[in-house]
Design a protein around this ligand. Sequence first.
Ligand code: PMP
Length: 450
Amino acid sequence: MTRSYVIKPELGKTYPFISRGKGIYLFDQEGKRYIDGCGGAVTASIGHAVDEVAEAMYAQAKEVSFAYRSHFSSDAVEELGAKLAEWAPGSLNWSFFVSSGSEATETAQKIAIQYWQEKGRPTKNRIISRWMSYHGITMGALSMSGHVLRRKRFVPLLEDYPAITGPYPYRRPEGISLEDYALQCANELETAIKRVGSEQVAAFIAEPIIGASGGAVVPPDGYFQRIREICDQYEVLFIADEVMTGVGRTGKAFGIDHWGVVPDLMTLGKGMSAGYTPMAATIVSDEIIETISKGSGLIMAGHTYSANPQSAAVSLAVLKYVEKHQLIEKSAQQGAYLLSRMEQLAEEIPLIGDTRGLGLLCGMEFVKNKDTKEPFPLSAGVASQVIAKAFEKGLLVYPAIGGLDGVAGDSIILSPPLTITTEEIDELIHILRDAILAVQQELQEKALIG
Ligand code: PMP
């Protein structure tokens, strides 16, 4: 091919062409092999080219792929809804299907606002979110996202929903216990609700573990329990954005399950269909659906591809595969091993300031000075260099860059398929080590670090 007509992430850069995948590996057109160490952040959760999913996809396509949701439901959609209701905590029994994480979080936002309207409280229409968060790229989802770099160009068009800081244990104020820090961060929500006025606030949205804007930052115990209390006290709905943490990624069905907290709404994407088809969902509680049913009876959301049988059949096959191969339990086991290997690297390599994560959602933060935790400025592009070097050496890792400029600027996410074996983790770590050491040496040569 002589020229490309496709807009790429970096204009002017040449990208290799993907040709096939198997398990944790991807192969480009030249036959070069890559370990998929992140699956575009968690998406390829069951690995590549799984026969059962391909068969389910074909079986559904042979019958019918598309029927508009205003006219029909389907076996695939109903069965998928039932499976998610079985997995989800509390009375989160109702799924609304969309095609991307951004659509799922925007749908959650709309349903939350509609809920209060149906209850005769239309002023409750604002959302509170956190800095260092990512909820999607569409304007509504970006309004909720406290991701400095991604917001930057669009700020005048965005609602200023991010109001409180997310808990960031590695960079918590000196001398404070994790327990107190958890409460201090959660109590910021109460302050924000009082400032805005609880009669204006529809919902609070948070990722159970901070993903793209922080690099698998796990909150301290007690944080989400206190968040739930505050939401109940001020009649604010709690939306857990599980687009990254959902479907077994963190060693439990959903990230929020680690703290035994039940949200009012939950969003899923990515691993829900493991990259085999676009699929995402907003899951809502009985109480919300009963309220809307008694009121207008219509959900004011939806897209052309919402609840299409083809994507539902694929997603269902993915969930069944996760169950059959006990991938949630595997995620917990293999994640603990991956994290222990990352910790070993951190002991050896001064560039690594912190390692963290739950299950197979792990993060690594690079720092200029390990003792003081001094971060690199975003302009130094250290995480980007590690990502580029790893790619060169045949390993894909995910950027968590620019969430809080100059504070949480330089992290990567490691989130390989939940099927990864111990030997494959060793191979991943081996390549990652080489990549980080190469970048560290370049930084030393440029006198950017000691
Ligand atoms: N929420 C979270 C927590 C995410 O990590 C992402 C994607 N990184 C999104 C929402 C948006 O999903 P999508 O890119 O599929 O629109």
